[in-house]
Design a protein around this ligand. Structure first.
Ligand SMILES: NC(=O)N[C@@H](CC(=O)O)C(=O)O
Ligand SMILES: [Zn+2]
Ligand SMILES: [Zn+2]
Length: 351
């Protein structure tokens, strides 16, 4: 077979991204918007986006950070807390402010202190969401000193997700940034409306990357990367063509000084290289023809949205992404690139 050196795709979407705020937003936004036509924007700002009016204000800030003439639609989410008002969620959804609601178990990840302490407390919100068809996005980890950090996702399936899905069988659920073979199996086999996002870093690294010759804070994210067998299961799922699996980068920038710290933040910044690296993974698995479904079609179908009308072109043309990107005057973010080189390059600017 002759090697493919150029591919065209329906313009993709990122179904899980952290755009942050202020200087970090101004740095992050163009990298996402140059590639993706739409993105599900995570609500875990330092002060989480809990209400429709907060989400509308955040959406305005994102629009102001979008370079003039670029087409990019931020799809906003509501940070679910024990106190979330079902009426505010319903109204925000009806007005087109909210696309989905995000559930972080309390203290499971960055800025999740105000997350849900016990799913039983949010049942009235979930009932309303199920009735209205509002998707629930879950950070699927159970935390607590008794749960091993590498078992948190499996514990979430066993003790939270199974019960949630039996109590709300018609609730649309996205199991975000899955990292284990158990999550792959669960999503593949489940009945009812469920999907899962898969990040490019979890397709490329296993947990050894965090300890290669020393501690590597830039390879630390949550859920933490797992053993090689899990990475292989994720690669098989992402490249299988199964419409339940779709692209969500979970690009989660933190300042270098916050990562390189005695208590470094979780999160890997992939937006500047994400689609290009996904292409590399699909090429390595010899199924580049399935990249479009994963990146541009499956997620839109799950969310009940049409695919984008534009296209993007990727060419095989190796390049070296910058190691870091400036944030404000004094700070930087480190860009994920385990090999230092990216084989695919995005050619056509968004139309
Ligand atoms: N993935 C991460 O490691 N971090 C995310 C939070 C999240 O998506 O869980 C962040 O906001 O930094
Ligand atoms: Zn998360
Ligand atoms: Zn995330």
């Amino acid at each position: 077979m002759t090697p493919v050196n150029e591919i065209n795709l329906t313009r993709p979407d990122d179904w899980h991204v952290h755009l942050r705020d202020s200087d970090m937003l101004r740095m992050a936004l163009p990298w996402t918007a140059r590639t993706f036509a739409r993105a599900i924007v995570m609500p875990n700002l330092d002060s989480p986006v809990r209400t429709a009016s907060q989400a509308a204000a955040y959406r305005d800030r994102i629009r102001r950070a979008t370079p003039p003439g670029w087409t990019f639609a931020p799809l906003m989410t509501c940070f679910l807390t024990d106190e979330t008002d079902p009426a505010d969620v319903a109204q925000g959804f009806a007005e087109g402010v909210f696309t989905a609601v995000k559930m972080y178990p309390a203290r499971s990840t960055t800025n999740s202190a105000a997350g849900v302490t016990d799913v039983g407390r949010v049942y009235p919100v979930l009932e309303r969401m199920q009735a209205l068809g509002i998707p629930l996005l879950v950070h699927g980890e159970v935390v607590g000193s008794e749960v091993d950090v590498f078992d948190r996702e499996k514990a979430f399936i066993d003790s939270v997700l199974t019960r949630l899905r039996s109590d709300f069988p018609a609730l649309r659920i996205v199991f975000e940034h899955i990292t284990t073979a158990e999550a792959v199996d669960y999503v593949q086999d489940a009945e009812g409306p469920i999907g899962a996002t898969i990040t490019v870093h979890h397709l490329m690294i296993n947990r050894n990357a965090m300890f290669a010759g020393g501690i590597r804070p830039h390879m630390y994210c949550l859920p933490v990367a797992k053993r090689e067998r899990h990475r292989l299961a994720l690669r098989a799922a992402a490249t299988s063509g199964n419409p339940r699996f779709f692209l969500g980068t979970d690009s989660a920038p933190h300042l270098v000084r916050d990562k390189e710290s005695a208590c470094g933040c979780a999160g890997i910044s992939t937006a500047p290289v994400a689609l290009e690296l996904y292409a590399q993974v699909f090429e390595e698995e010899a199924v580049l023809n399935r990249l479009e479904a994963f990146a541009s079609l499956n997620g839109a179908r799950f969310y009940g949205l049409p695919p984008n009308s534009g296209t993007v072109t990727l060419a095989q043309s190796p390049w070296h992404p910058p190691e870091t990107l400036p944030v404000g005057d004094k700070d930087q973010v480190r860009v994920f690139c385990p090999d230092g080189v990216v084989r695919w390059r995005l050619l056509a600017p968004p139309d």
